[in-house]
Design a protein around this ligand. Structure first.
Ligand code: PEP
Ligand code: MN
Length: 337
Protein backbone atom coordinates (compact mmCIF):
# COMPACT_ATOMS: atom_id res chain seq x y z
CA UNK A 1 0.00 0.00 0.00
CA UNK A 2 1.25 3.51 -0.71
CA UNK A 3 0.16 6.69 1.04
CA UNK A 4 0.76 9.93 -0.88
CA UNK A 5 0.99 12.88 1.51
CA UNK A 6 -0.14 16.44 0.89
CA UNK A 7 2.59 19.08 0.52
CA UNK A 8 4.22 20.13 3.81
CA UNK A 9 2.31 17.75 6.09
CA UNK A 10 2.07 18.63 9.77
CA UNK A 11 5.04 16.80 11.32
CA UNK A 12 3.22 15.87 14.54
CA UNK A 13 0.31 14.33 12.62
CA UNK A 14 2.76 12.48 10.36
CA UNK A 15 4.66 11.09 13.36
CA UNK A 16 1.36 9.92 14.85
CA UNK A 17 0.41 8.18 11.62
CA UNK A 18 3.78 6.44 11.36
CA UNK A 19 3.63 5.42 15.02
CA UNK A 20 0.17 3.94 14.58
CA UNK A 21 1.18 1.99 11.46
CA UNK A 22 4.26 0.64 13.23
CA UNK A 23 2.05 -0.54 16.08
CA UNK A 24 0.23 -2.66 13.46
CA UNK A 25 3.58 -4.29 12.56
CA UNK A 26 3.87 -2.38 9.30
CA UNK A 27 7.32 -1.21 8.15
CA UNK A 28 7.38 2.24 6.56
CA UNK A 29 9.55 3.26 3.65
CA UNK A 30 9.55 7.06 3.37
CA UNK A 31 10.36 8.48 -0.04
CA UNK A 32 10.80 12.23 -0.21
CA UNK A 33 10.55 13.32 -3.83
CA UNK A 34 11.01 16.78 -5.22
CA UNK A 35 7.34 17.65 -4.79
CA UNK A 36 5.70 14.79 -2.96
CA UNK A 37 6.39 12.57 0.03
CA UNK A 38 5.23 8.99 -0.23
CA UNK A 39 4.96 6.38 2.50
CA UNK A 40 5.44 2.79 1.36
CA UNK A 41 3.72 0.39 3.75
CA UNK A 42 5.49 -2.94 3.87
CA UNK A 43 4.02 -5.97 5.63
CA UNK A 44 0.52 -7.35 6.06
CA UNK A 45 -1.49 -4.29 5.04
CA UNK A 46 -4.78 -6.20 5.18
CA UNK A 47 -5.07 -4.93 8.78
CA UNK A 48 -4.92 -1.30 7.62
CA UNK A 49 -8.24 0.54 7.14
CA UNK A 50 -7.75 2.35 3.84
CA UNK A 51 -10.75 4.69 4.41
CA UNK A 52 -9.43 5.76 7.79
CA UNK A 53 -6.08 6.79 6.31
CA UNK A 54 -7.67 8.49 3.28
CA UNK A 55 -9.71 10.67 5.65
CA UNK A 56 -6.64 12.15 7.38
CA UNK A 57 -6.03 15.78 6.43
CA UNK A 58 -2.30 15.20 5.74
CA UNK A 59 -3.10 12.47 3.18
CA UNK A 60 -3.62 13.16 -0.52
CA UNK A 61 -4.40 9.59 -1.62
CA UNK A 62 -3.96 5.93 -0.71
CA UNK A 63 -3.44 3.07 -3.13
CA UNK A 64 -3.18 -0.66 -2.63
CA UNK A 65 -0.52 -2.17 -4.85
CA UNK A 66 -0.25 -5.77 -5.79
CA UNK A 67 3.36 -6.08 -6.97
CA UNK A 68 5.37 -8.12 -4.45
CA UNK A 69 8.44 -5.90 -4.86
CA UNK A 70 8.02 -2.88 -2.63
CA UNK A 71 11.46 -1.32 -2.22
CA UNK A 72 12.26 -1.56 -5.93
CA UNK A 73 8.82 -0.37 -7.03
CA UNK A 74 8.60 2.96 -8.82
CA UNK A 75 5.19 3.57 -7.26
CA UNK A 76 6.90 3.91 -3.88
CA UNK A 77 9.68 6.02 -5.26
CA UNK A 78 8.66 7.97 -8.38
CA UNK A 79 12.05 9.65 -8.93
CA UNK A 80 14.91 7.76 -10.58
CA UNK A 81 17.50 6.47 -8.12
CA UNK A 82 20.94 7.89 -8.81
CA UNK A 83 23.76 5.78 -7.36
CA UNK A 84 27.13 7.28 -6.58
CA UNK A 85 29.68 4.60 -7.40
CA UNK A 86 32.93 6.14 -6.19
CA UNK A 87 32.07 9.38 -7.95
CA UNK A 88 30.34 7.86 -11.01
CA UNK A 89 26.66 8.78 -10.74
CA UNK A 90 24.57 6.12 -12.51
CA UNK A 91 20.84 6.66 -13.12
CA UNK A 92 18.63 9.69 -13.48
CA UNK A 93 19.09 10.09 -17.22
CA UNK A 94 22.88 10.14 -17.47
CA UNK A 95 24.76 7.49 -19.47
CA UNK A 96 27.83 5.48 -18.49
CA UNK A 97 30.15 2.95 -20.08
CA UNK A 98 31.59 0.05 -18.10
CA UNK A 99 34.26 -1.78 -20.09
CA UNK A 100 37.01 -4.32 -19.66
CA UNK A 101 37.97 -7.94 -20.23
CA UNK A 102 35.72 -10.90 -19.48
CA UNK A 103 38.37 -12.21 -17.12
CA UNK A 104 41.47 -10.82 -15.49
CA UNK A 105 44.40 -12.63 -17.12
CA UNK A 106 47.49 -10.65 -16.05
CA UNK A 107 48.59 -7.28 -14.66
CA UNK A 108 49.86 -6.21 -18.07
CA UNK A 109 46.63 -7.17 -19.86
CA UNK A 110 44.29 -5.44 -17.41
CA UNK A 111 46.38 -2.26 -17.11
CA UNK A 112 46.70 -1.92 -20.86
CA UNK A 113 42.94 -2.46 -21.42
CA UNK A 114 42.09 -0.12 -18.53
CA UNK A 115 44.15 2.68 -20.04
CA UNK A 116 42.72 2.25 -23.51
CA UNK A 117 39.06 2.01 -22.42
CA UNK A 118 39.54 5.05 -20.22
CA UNK A 119 40.91 7.10 -23.10
CA UNK A 120 38.00 5.86 -25.25
CA UNK A 121 35.53 7.28 -22.73
CA UNK A 122 34.76 4.44 -20.26
CA UNK A 123 33.70 5.47 -16.76
CA UNK A 124 34.29 2.15 -14.98
CA UNK A 125 36.50 -0.92 -15.46
CA UNK A 126 35.09 -4.44 -15.41
CA UNK A 127 36.99 -7.71 -15.09
CA UNK A 128 36.14 -11.16 -13.74
CA UNK A 129 38.42 -12.54 -11.04
CA UNK A 130 36.06 -15.40 -10.15
CA UNK A 131 34.59 -16.88 -13.32
CA UNK A 132 31.39 -18.94 -13.46
CA UNK A 133 32.26 -21.41 -16.26
CA UNK A 134 30.02 -24.13 -17.67
CA UNK A 135 32.95 -26.54 -17.68
CA UNK A 136 34.96 -27.28 -14.54
CA UNK A 137 37.98 -27.76 -16.86
CA UNK A 138 37.79 -24.22 -18.26
CA UNK A 139 39.81 -21.28 -16.82
CA UNK A 140 38.20 -20.44 -13.47
CA UNK A 141 39.73 -16.98 -13.02
CA UNK A 142 42.70 -15.63 -11.10
CA UNK A 143 40.58 -15.29 -7.93
CA UNK A 144 42.19 -13.19 -5.11
CA UNK A 145 45.12 -12.26 -7.35
CA UNK A 146 42.65 -11.05 -9.97
CA UNK A 147 41.07 -8.62 -7.50
CA UNK A 148 44.55 -7.30 -6.61
CA UNK A 149 45.27 -6.69 -10.29
CA UNK A 150 41.98 -4.79 -10.76
CA UNK A 151 42.84 -2.61 -7.76
CA UNK A 152 46.22 -1.82 -9.34
CA UNK A 153 44.49 -0.86 -12.59
CA UNK A 154 42.15 1.36 -10.57
CA UNK A 155 45.15 3.07 -8.98
CA UNK A 156 46.71 3.57 -12.39
CA UNK A 157 43.64 4.97 -14.17
CA UNK A 158 41.31 6.19 -11.42
CA UNK A 159 38.50 4.08 -12.92
CA UNK A 160 36.19 2.51 -10.30
CA UNK A 161 36.03 -1.28 -10.72
CA UNK A 162 33.28 -3.87 -10.94
CA UNK A 163 33.86 -7.60 -10.49
CA UNK A 164 31.73 -10.69 -10.01
CA UNK A 165 31.25 -12.44 -6.68
CA UNK A 166 30.26 -16.12 -6.74
CA UNK A 167 29.73 -16.94 -3.09
CA UNK A 168 29.19 -14.96 0.09
CA UNK A 169 32.36 -16.42 1.63
CA UNK A 170 34.21 -14.10 -0.80
CA UNK A 171 32.67 -10.83 0.46
CA UNK A 172 35.73 -9.73 2.45
CA UNK A 173 37.85 -9.90 -0.74
CA UNK A 174 35.57 -7.31 -2.35
CA UNK A 175 36.02 -4.62 0.29
CA UNK A 176 37.81 -2.24 -2.10
CA UNK A 177 35.83 -3.22 -5.20
CA UNK A 178 33.54 -0.29 -6.08
CA UNK A 179 30.57 -2.33 -7.33
CA UNK A 180 29.99 -6.06 -6.82
CA UNK A 181 28.49 -7.97 -9.74
CA UNK A 182 26.02 -10.80 -9.22
CA UNK A 183 26.10 -12.81 -12.43
CA UNK A 184 23.18 -14.31 -14.32
CA UNK A 185 23.81 -17.73 -12.81
CA UNK A 186 23.61 -16.36 -9.28
CA UNK A 187 20.62 -14.06 -9.72
CA UNK A 188 18.55 -16.37 -7.56
CA UNK A 189 21.25 -17.35 -5.08
CA UNK A 190 19.07 -15.99 -2.30
CA UNK A 191 21.56 -16.55 0.52
CA UNK A 192 24.15 -14.52 -1.42
CA UNK A 193 21.58 -11.77 -2.11
CA UNK A 194 20.67 -11.61 1.59
CA UNK A 195 24.33 -11.18 2.56
CA UNK A 196 24.77 -8.44 -0.06
CA UNK A 197 21.75 -6.72 1.50
CA UNK A 198 23.74 -6.27 4.68
CA UNK A 199 26.66 -4.36 3.16
CA UNK A 200 26.95 -0.76 2.06
CA UNK A 201 28.13 -1.19 -1.52
CA UNK A 202 26.53 -0.91 -4.97
CA UNK A 203 25.48 -4.23 -6.50
CA UNK A 204 25.23 -4.89 -10.25
CA UNK A 205 22.50 -7.52 -10.56
CA UNK A 206 22.38 -9.33 -13.91
CA UNK A 207 19.20 -10.93 -15.19
CA UNK A 208 19.16 -14.74 -14.98
CA UNK A 209 19.37 -16.82 -18.16
CA UNK A 210 15.67 -17.63 -18.02
CA UNK A 211 14.32 -15.19 -15.47
CA UNK A 212 11.29 -12.97 -15.85
CA UNK A 213 11.52 -9.26 -15.13
CA UNK A 214 9.45 -9.77 -11.99
CA UNK A 215 11.93 -12.41 -10.80
CA UNK A 216 14.79 -9.97 -11.47
CA UNK A 217 13.02 -7.31 -9.41
CA UNK A 218 12.33 -9.81 -6.63
CA UNK A 219 16.06 -10.57 -6.51
CA UNK A 220 16.76 -6.83 -6.25
CA UNK A 221 14.17 -6.80 -3.49
CA UNK A 222 16.17 -9.41 -1.53
CA UNK A 223 19.16 -7.04 -1.50
CA UNK A 224 17.09 -3.94 -0.75
CA UNK A 225 15.02 -5.58 2.00
CA UNK A 226 18.27 -6.09 3.92
CA UNK A 227 18.92 -2.35 3.85
CA UNK A 228 21.21 -2.04 0.82
CA UNK A 229 19.25 0.02 -1.71
CA UNK A 230 22.19 0.47 -4.11
CA UNK A 231 21.23 -1.89 -6.94
CA UNK A 232 21.87 -1.50 -10.69
CA UNK A 233 19.96 -3.91 -12.94
CA UNK A 234 21.51 -5.40 -16.06
CA UNK A 235 19.74 -6.92 -19.07
CA UNK A 236 22.20 -9.42 -20.59
CA UNK A 237 20.02 -11.52 -22.86
CA UNK A 238 17.85 -14.52 -22.11
CA UNK A 239 17.74 -18.10 -23.39
CA UNK A 240 15.44 -18.66 -26.34
CA UNK A 241 15.25 -21.26 -29.14
CA UNK A 242 17.62 -19.16 -31.29
CA UNK A 243 21.12 -20.57 -31.35
CA UNK A 244 23.02 -18.23 -33.69
CA UNK A 245 23.31 -15.66 -30.94
CA UNK A 246 24.51 -16.75 -27.49
CA UNK A 247 21.31 -15.34 -25.96
CA UNK A 248 18.45 -13.14 -27.18
CA UNK A 249 18.75 -9.52 -26.10
CA UNK A 250 15.41 -8.50 -24.61
CA UNK A 251 15.52 -4.78 -25.26
CA UNK A 252 11.91 -4.22 -24.28
CA UNK A 253 13.15 -5.03 -20.78
CA UNK A 254 14.75 -1.59 -20.67
CA UNK A 255 11.66 0.65 -20.97
CA UNK A 256 9.61 -1.95 -19.08
CA UNK A 257 11.99 -2.09 -16.13
CA UNK A 258 12.26 1.67 -16.09
CA UNK A 259 8.49 1.93 -15.73
CA UNK A 260 8.39 -0.77 -13.02
CA UNK A 261 11.34 0.39 -10.94
CA UNK A 262 13.33 3.50 -10.03
CA UNK A 263 16.63 1.56 -10.14
CA UNK A 264 19.16 2.25 -12.94
CA UNK A 265 19.09 -0.23 -15.84
CA UNK A 266 22.12 -1.01 -17.98
CA UNK A 267 22.57 -3.40 -20.92
CA UNK A 268 25.33 -5.94 -21.64
CA UNK A 269 25.27 -6.57 -25.41
CA UNK A 270 28.43 -8.72 -25.21
CA UNK A 271 26.91 -11.65 -23.32
CA UNK A 272 23.51 -10.99 -24.94
CA UNK A 273 24.81 -11.65 -28.45
CA UNK A 274 28.06 -13.58 -28.02
CA UNK A 275 29.32 -12.13 -31.30
CA UNK A 276 31.60 -9.09 -31.48
CA UNK A 277 30.08 -7.69 -34.71
CA UNK A 278 26.66 -7.47 -33.05
CA UNK A 279 27.87 -5.59 -30.00
CA UNK A 280 27.94 -2.08 -31.47
CA UNK A 281 24.48 -2.15 -33.14
CA UNK A 282 22.91 -3.61 -30.00
CA UNK A 283 24.73 -1.06 -27.82
CA UNK A 284 23.25 1.73 -29.95
CA UNK A 285 19.81 0.14 -29.74
CA UNK A 286 20.12 -0.10 -25.94
CA UNK A 287 21.00 3.59 -25.71
CA UNK A 288 18.03 4.43 -27.94
CA UNK A 289 15.77 2.29 -25.73
CA UNK A 290 16.65 4.45 -22.71
CA UNK A 291 19.30 2.41 -20.87
CA UNK A 292 21.37 4.18 -18.20
CA UNK A 293 24.57 2.64 -19.48
CA UNK A 294 26.36 -0.28 -21.10
CA UNK A 295 28.70 -3.01 -20.00
CA UNK A 296 31.04 -4.05 -22.81
CA UNK A 297 33.73 -6.74 -22.94
CA UNK A 298 36.98 -5.39 -24.35
CA UNK A 299 40.19 -7.38 -24.87
CA UNK A 300 43.57 -6.30 -26.24
CA UNK A 301 43.91 -9.65 -28.09
CA UNK A 302 40.42 -11.17 -28.48
CA UNK A 303 41.68 -14.15 -30.52
CA UNK A 304 43.77 -15.31 -27.57
CA UNK A 305 41.44 -14.34 -24.71
CA UNK A 306 41.08 -16.97 -21.99
CA UNK A 307 37.33 -16.36 -21.91
CA UNK A 308 34.70 -14.91 -24.29
CA UNK A 309 37.11 -13.72 -27.00
CA UNK A 310 34.47 -14.17 -29.73
CA UNK A 311 32.30 -11.45 -28.20
CA UNK A 312 35.09 -9.12 -27.07
CA UNK A 313 35.84 -5.85 -28.84
CA UNK A 314 39.34 -4.56 -29.46
CA UNK A 315 40.07 -1.21 -27.75
CA UNK A 316 39.74 0.47 -31.18
CA UNK A 317 36.31 -1.10 -31.80
CA UNK A 318 35.26 0.00 -28.31
CA UNK A 319 36.30 3.59 -29.05
CA UNK A 320 34.22 3.43 -32.24
CA UNK A 321 31.25 2.09 -30.26
CA UNK A 322 31.47 4.96 -27.74
CA UNK A 323 31.51 7.39 -30.65
CA UNK A 324 28.44 5.86 -32.28
CA UNK A 325 26.50 5.63 -28.99
CA UNK A 326 27.36 9.25 -28.21
CA UNK A 327 25.58 10.28 -31.41
CA UNK A 328 22.35 8.79 -30.09
CA UNK A 329 22.54 10.32 -26.62
CA UNK A 330 21.29 13.78 -25.73
CA UNK A 331 24.22 16.17 -25.85
CA UNK A 332 24.54 16.56 -22.08
CA UNK A 333 25.08 12.83 -21.54
CA UNK A 334 27.76 12.16 -24.13
CA UNK A 335 30.93 10.58 -22.84
CA UNK A 336 33.80 13.07 -22.80
CA UNK A 337 37.10 11.90 -24.09
C1 PEP B 1 30.24 -11.60 -16.97
O1 PEP B 1 29.77 -10.45 -17.00
O2 PEP B 1 31.44 -11.83 -16.97
C2 PEP B 1 29.32 -12.74 -16.94
C3 PEP B 1 29.73 -13.96 -16.60
O3 PEP B 1 28.08 -12.42 -17.32
P1 PEP B 1 26.69 -13.21 -17.12
O4 PEP B 1 26.57 -13.50 -15.65
O5 PEP B 1 25.69 -12.24 -17.63
O6 PEP B 1 26.77 -14.45 -17.95
MN1 MN C 1 32.28 -12.88 -20.32
Amino acid sequence: MIVVLKDNPNQKKLDNLIQWLKSLNIDIHVSEGRNTTILGLIGDTSVVDIDLISALDIVESVKRITEPYKNANRKFHPDDTVLDISGVKIGGGSFHFIAGPCSVESMKQVCSIAESVKSAGAHMLRGGAFKPRTSPYAFQGMREKGIEILLEAKKLTGLPIVSEIMDFSQISLFEEVDMIQVGARNMQNFELLKELGKINKPILLKRGLSSTLQELLMSAEYIMAGGNEQVVLCERGIRTFETITRNTLDLSAVPLLKSMTHLPVIVDPSHATGLSHLVKPMAMAAAAAGADGLMIEVHNDPANALCDGQQSLTPEAFADLVNSVNHILPHAYRSNR
